[in-house]
Design a protein around this ligand. Structure first.
Ligand SMILES: Cc1cc2nc3c(=O)[nH]c(=O)nc-3n(C[C@H](O)[C@H](O)[C@H](O)COP(=O)(O)OP(=O)(O)OC[C@H]3O[C@@H](n4cnc5c(N)ncnc54)[C@H](O)[C@@H]3O)c2cc1C
Length: 61
């Protein structure tokens, strides 16, 4: 099942079942749920730092 590939900052090739692009709430939630199911996953985030401003002051679902 492992067939997704990504290259790390150091040029190392990594393989995983699921490659998640983006470490926002959606990507991080997906990663947590996949972990619970025992499915390997890798989150790739383009930003190197957290945002200066909060993007979720309140929950309005
Ligand atoms: C100023 C502001 C205030 C907000 N306040 C609230 C609030 O009070 N309550 C609320 O419920 N919601 C709020 N929101 C909305 C909430 O932040 C979004 O709904 C939520 O962040 C969406 O999550 P997401 O994971 O889908 O996307 P995002 O949070 O946008 O995450 C996507 C991630 O993917 C990364 N990415 C994109 N393209 C690539 C790529 N090619 N390679 C690698 N990484 C990539 C981005 O850097 C980003 O980190 C607010 C938003 C803003 C901007």
């Amino acid at each position: 099942m492992t067939n997704q590939m990504a290259m790390s900052d150091t040029g190392r090739i990594m393989t995983t079942d699921v490659l998640i692009i983006g470490g926002g709430p959606t990507g991080m939630s997906c990663s947590i749920y996949l972990d619970k199911l025992g499915i390997s996953n890798l989150v790739v985030e383009r930003r190197h730092e957290i945002s200066l401003h909060p993007k979720a002051h309140e929950i309005s679902a």
